[in-house]
Design a protein around this ligand. Structure first.
Ligand code: GRG
Ligand code: 1GP
Length: 423
């Protein structure tokens, strides 16, 4: 009689054969990472990296948001960032740089978990951190999940098996990101101990990418120049790697801040570009612009006044908003869009100052009063953000949370400390 383990083995064989045939013989695209994603915005949860006030306007043009970073990232700031950006207005996924950054909260908010495995770093960056991560899932996350789902604790061996099952399931659902890190002067290289000797030529990069696709089953191969543009060297690697890959997506990230370079890496074979720093720089610039505009213009300035002010005070061509939008090749007029979003931000910020003046006199005692005052002011940003999110009043929520502490009023607690402007 056929034993149960033999039947299980046969089922595994059939499933594996079907999966390999689907990917190779039939060329079916079974990769869970959408192939039509061409632009990823990488948002770092660390406190120093901020979001522009009207961030949904900018994010409407990107394909997805990746939440992660390599310094000062915690479970808490990751949860907060996901709270702000997940599905506003595009899906967001989490890329942890350490095991404890993954919690039940982050898992439920993120579209999926993307786990880095570095193909040219030390053992810890390829497999060590992953082992620690699996232990964290099995010992901490899975038991929490089981306790939440089951009315009584099964205890002992059954609970151990359920934990193993849950952790294996979470890993199956995760996406693996095989990194090739090529900028030695980056936090990513330092964290993964990538040294001069580990830098790869195109041929070796292709071989490692083949191993990532066919052995590690990495859904993503990620050429990382974090902070600097890789130029011709990156193009050569992308050409070689894309020539080898059939199923994994190929992403390029590092130093992108203009259309030409974004197009170059796409033409060299990248399926998507990842853009980080320049997005956060929009928020930094916005703080200076808004401070100056409040000093220069009346709160009831018209759109024409603001337009003229931008012409005299902002070099739009060099603005981070233009640079960010220009990395999205589908955005046809990045500078025009940047002007539109900056104008809306300024007009909103000026009107917010008037509301504050009113509120300072009225001394509101509840979040509802603050919200009513902002709603009655008919802020241009509210309408613009509502249109993008297809929902009502999100910017009002943000503003109430920004203004709450000024009046010692308790609010819903959106983590607005990640937003650039303060009230
Ligand atoms: C399974 C679970 C629960 C967790 C996974 C834990 C793992 C495997 C973490 C990977 C740690 C690792 C190898 C990190 C280094 C690679 C990395 C994340 C680079 C990208 O970091 P950026 O923040 O983009 O780089 P910069 O800071 O240089 O821009
Ligand atoms: O911050 P930049 O240089 O855009 O790089 C993006 C990303 O590759 C970092 O992991």
């Amino acid at each position: 009689m056929t034993s149960l383990p033999a039947i299980a083995r046969r089922v595994e064989d059939v499933t594996a054969t079907a999966s390999i045939a689907a990917r190779t013989l039939l060329s079916l695209d079974t990769n869970p990472v959408p192939g039509d994603w061409t632009h990823i915005t990488k948002i770092d949860p660390e406190d120093e990296k901020q979001l522009p006030l009207l961030y949904p306007l900018y994010l409407q043009h990107t394909s997805a948001v990746e939440v992660g970073g390599s310094r000062d990232v915690t479970d808490q700031n990751t949860e907060e960032t996901l709270d702000l950006v997940a599905d506003r207005p595009v899906p967001a996924f989490q890329e942890p740089s350490g095991p404890t950054q993954v919690t039940d909260e982050t898992r439920s908010k993120a579209e999926f978990l993307a786990i880095p495995e570095v193909l040219n770093g030390d053992v810890d960056a390829l497999i060590g951190q992953l082992g620690a991560g699996i232990e964290h899932i099995q010992d901490d996350l899975a038991p929490e999940m089981i306790a939440e789902k089951l009315p009584i604790s099964p205890g002992g061996a059954i609970e151990d098996r359920l934990s193993q099952f849950a952790s294996a399931w979470m890993l199956r659902e995760a996406v693996f990101e095989a990194y090739i890190i090529m900028n030695l002067d980056s936090a990513a290289a330092r964290e993964s101990n990538v040294t001069e000797d580990d830098l790869l030529d195109p041929g070796t990069a292709k071989q490692r990418a083949l191993a990532a696709e066919q052995h590690l089953e990495s859904e993503l191969v990620y050429l990382e120049y974090s902070g600097t543009f890789g130029g011709e060297e990156a193009e050569d690697i992308l050409e070689a790697v894309s020539d080898g890959l059939t199923w994994s997506r190929l992403w390029y990230g590092g130093g992108l801040d203009n259309r030409e370079n974004a197009q170059r890496v796409l033409d060299a074979g990248a399926d998507a570009v990842v853009v980080g720093n320049v997005f956060h720089e929009i928020a930094d610039e916005e703080v200076d612009v808004c401070e100056q505009v409040v000093a220069d213009l009346d709160p009831d300035a018209s759109r024409d006044d603001v337009d003229a002010w931008i012409d005299s005070n902002v070099d739009l061509d060099a603005a981070s908003a233009t640079k960010y939008l220009s990395t999205i090749v589908d955005v046809s007029n990045p500078e025009g869009r940047a002007r539109e979003y900056l104008e809306t931000t300024i007009l909103t910020w000026l009107a917010v100052q008037s509301v504050l003046e009113e509120l300072d006199t009225d001394e509101p005692s509840s979040a509802t009063e603050i919200r009513t005052a902002f709603r009655e002011a008919d802020l241009p940003g509210t309408t613009a953000v509502d249109a993008v999110l297809d929902a009502e009043g999100y910017l009002l929520d943000v503003l109430v949370d920004l203004a709450g502490p000024r009046y010692d009023v308790e609010t819903d607690g959106l983590p607005v400390k990640h937003v650039s402007l303060e009230l």
